[in-house]
Design a protein around this ligand. Structure first.
Ligand code: FE2
Length: 226
């Protein structure tokens, strides 16, 4: 479904997020030039689980770079008139891998930073029940999440998604995300080395465990699920 927005009247992602705890990365934003949303907290806000140095590099260099390259690639193309989310979906359908990679990484990182805003908060209510149904308990989800992260060869992402009425894990290589499969994203963890290597060296699953337990705002996750 195409997201309809009015150029310049659409809220910037950061402002929209500030107005609501429900995260909708890329939705409601104008088309190209695509802009990297502001980091929704200080660079040291996630320490010690994610250091200020990692955030500075990850947000300030890697995330920013995806938007710079995306704008170069879509200039003068049909993608320049789409929302960021629609660029991800359409470029994937079209097999335009270069554009997909930059657009998806832009969207993925919008999601990644936003999910920590207001955290930590534990899963409650219907979300907690679905986690128990799918993984036994929160610890089971965290353990399976870490194992899935370790199983990604090279670069990629692991996502908690809604699959029908269930919550489930999906792993993707490189810039992949659940948008390409029409699934709703609930939590997205970056397993590229730039996300964790400065703080955890090769211990990828340790990073995943710390972030899930100590940083994710699971109350906001429940709102996304609803
Ligand atoms: Fe990243």
């Amino acid at each position: 479904m195409k997201t309809t927005v009015t150029r310049r009247t659409a809220l910037a992602f950061g402002a929209a997020a500030a107005a609501s705890t429900i995260m909708r990365p890329g939705i409601g934003r104008a088309a190209a030039p695509f802009e990297q949303p502001p980091l929704p907290y200080a660079e040291d806000a996630l320490a010690p689980d994610i250091s200020a140095r990692t955030v500075a590099l990850h947000y300030g260099k890697h995330h920013k770079g995806y938007f710079t390259k995306l704008n170069e690639l879509v200039a003068g193309t049909k993608y320049a008139d789409l929302s960021l989310e629609d660029v991800v979906v359409q470029s994937h359908k079209d097999g335009e891998l270069a554009i997909f990679n930059q657009a998806a990484q832009g969207w993925n990182h919008n999601f990644y930073w936003e999910q920590f805003k207001g955290g930590p908060a534990k899963p409650e209510g219907d979300l907690a029940a679905r986690i128990e149904s799918g993984f036994g308990h929160m610890g089971g989800l965290v353990e399976e999440f870490g194992a899935a992260a370790d199983a990604v060869f090279g670069t990629g992402w692991v996502w908690l998604v809604m699959d029908g009425e269930k919550v489930a894990l999906r792993s993707y290589q490189d810039a992949g995300n659940p948008l390409q499969d029409g699934l709703k994203s609930l939590v997205g963890i970056d397993v590229w080395e730039h996300a964790y290597y400065l703080d955890y060296e090769n211990l990828r699953a340790k990073h995943v465990t710390r972030v899930l337990n100590n940083r994710v705002n699971w109350v906001a996750v429940a709102e996304r699920m609803a």
